[in-house]
Design a protein around this ligand. Structure first.
Ligand SMILES: *[C@@H]1O[C@H](CO)[C@@H](O)[C@H](O)[C@H]1NC(C)=O
Ligand SMILES: *[C@@H]1O[C@H](CO)[C@@H](O)[C@H](O)[C@H]1NC(C)=O
Ligand SMILES: [Zn+2]
Length: 484
């Protein structure tokens, strides 16, 4: 558990006191009039209107009180102007990580004037909590996944944005004029922008929870864009549109296609206007569209081992509220199916010979040189398409280990890796032993990066077979019968 959640606990605590006192009068809490929150007297609903900060906060509080077993509300920090950066967890285990099961997230409204994603997140929360228990797919998803939703990373920007403005920059930036999607550490280039409180809050958040999969929601285009956003190739960067291919290119293309294919129109790839590009199948490599430094998706992937893609959901950044129902209808299935992809690939535990978890073991899938770390329970996850792979596992003081495994379409592959202590007799020549020496320093660093980028097309090309054939029936029947 970590700091921000206590805030919520205290709110709920106050609520429990009120209700507990009246419990002897009427045990039927659901009909109870609650003077403090006015929660149970109104039907639980969400309109297709824009919610400013106060209205959004009220909706989130109401939800957390109404669905105490399914949601938890916490703040990861505050904006420049002191607005809370609310995150709502939706899961059958809202307050505790479910050991072995993935945490996933959506982050919306990073650009304050890109407003559709923000509202879609409120509708998604509403949809999930009201369908749990009746819709088998949603029930399965919430029983096996913790979904963290940050509806607005830039609440200050939203407050100064204007409905109906499809373009332009008013409200895009935070209250100090910084573009938050250019404010993260960058793997390819030094980012000299002063880190903003909203960015710091997200960095701390993602360092505390091992997210497996993430979507970053934007507007102003209609496309799913995947890493890398930046490129090592700076000389001609503004004149060319070369892709910057990551070692997990096949997985990123797959995740992007899951979104675009399940979206109402994205897959058609039509340009938003004659002056804008179209996108084949509604997806693009980020740098191929246009390179940028300090973006959030590359940061999630390289620093935190979280697969994040950027979802551009509306040609108009802040369309009239009367269009919101249309956007919800276009995105609902895609938003849910995308998250279920966290259940594809490999997962397991790294343990020592006594069965105890090894925290911060460094893991890499061979030929995919972006490594990731185990959690304090020794857990790891990696989204992979069907095929044969090799896992390379290192931890300080243990002999390194390679483990071959197969990923199938139908269900995740579970693997436990046992590491054995390396003997450490004085004077022993470690350089000649089985110790993993080459990157020993990395294992102790805050973020572990074995990845060395190449310019141009590279490493992932061998894995490109089957990108377009990966939507076979097996996986779909595992996770997605529900919309059939
Ligand atoms: C919430 O969970 C608690 C503990 O498992 C249970 O006793 C209670 O009935 C649940 N409440 C609802 C509304 O499901
Ligand atoms: C893997 O380890 C975890 C945690 O120690 C344990 O719960 C699980 O049963 C193990 N799975 C297998 C396949 O051994
Ligand atoms: Zn944006």
């Amino acid at each position: 558990m970590y700091g921000p959640i206590f805030l919520v606990v205290s709110i709920l605590g106050a609520f429990h006191e009120t209700t507990a006192a009246s419990q002897h009068i009427n045990k039927d809490l659901s009909n109870q009039y609650n003077a403090r929150f006015h929660v149970y007297e109104e039907p639980y609903s969400i309109d297709f209107t824009y919610h400013n900060y106060d209205q959004m906060s009220r909706f989130l509080r109401t939800t957390s009180l109404r669905f105490q077993n399914l949601t938890a509300l916490y703040s990861i920090g505050k904006s420049v102007k002191g607005r809370d950066l609310w995150v709502m967890v939706v899961s059958s285990s809202p307050y505790e990580h479910m050991i072995g099961k993935p945490d996933v997230k959506y982050v919306a409204n990073i650009h304050g004037n890109e407003a559709v994603g923000r509202e879609l997140m409120l509708h998604l929360i509403h949809f999930l909590v009201t369908n749990y228990g009746s819709d088998p797919y949603i029930t399965w998803l919430l029983d096996n996944t913790r979904i963290h939703i940050l509806p607005s990373m830039n609440p200050d920007g939203f407050e100064v944005s204007k409905e109906g403005y499809c373009e332009g920059g008013q409200g895009r930036y935070n209250a100090r004029g910084f573009d938050l999607n250019r404010n993260f550490p960058d793997y390819f280039k030094q980012n000299n922008k002063k880190s903003q409180p909203e960015t710091e809050a997200v960095k701390e958040w993602v360092s505390k929870i091992q997210f497996v999969l993430s979507g970053s929601l934007h507007g102003g285009a209609l496309v799913a864009s995947y890493p890398f956003d930046n490129t090592p190739n700076s000389l001609f960067q503004s004149y060319t549109s070369a892709p910057s291919i990551s070692p997990d290119d096949d997985v990123f293309q797959h995740l992007s296609l899951i979104y675009s294919r399940n979206h109402g129109s994205m897959y058609q790839g039509l340009p938003c206007s004659p002056s804008q590009p179209g996108f084949k199948n509604g997806i693009t490599n980020g740098a191929q569209w246009y390179p940028l430094t300090g973006g959030m998706q590359d940061f999630n992937y390289v620093w935190n081992g979280c697969m994040e893609i950027t979802l551009e959901l509306s040609c108009c950044k802040y369309p009239p509220a009367s269009d919101l129902q249309f956007y919800w209808d276009e995105n609902r299935v895609a938003l849910i199916k995308f998250l279920a992809e966290a259940h594809r690939g490999i997962r397991g535990f790294v343990i020592d010979e006594n069965g105890n978890p090894i925290e911060r073991a460094s893991i890499k899938v061979k030929s995919r040189d972006v490594s990731f770390l185990t959690t304090k329970y020794g857990e790891f996850w990696r989204i992979l398409l069907p095929g044969m792979y090799k896992l390379e596992v290192y931890a300080n003081g243990y002999l390194p280990r390679d483990v071959e495994f197969r990923v199938v379409e139908q269900h995740p592959t579970y693997i436990n890796v046992t590491l054995y202590r390396a003997s450490r007799h004085p004077g022993e020549d470690e350089a000649g032993s089985n110790f993993y020496n080459g990157n020993r320093d990395h294992v102790n660093r805050d973020h572990v990066i074995h990845f060395r980028p190449h310019s141009g097309a590279n490493a992932a090309s061998e894995a490109n077979n089957g990108i377009f054939s990966s939507l076979s029936n097996g996986f779909n029947s595992f996770v997605s019968n529900w919309f059939g």
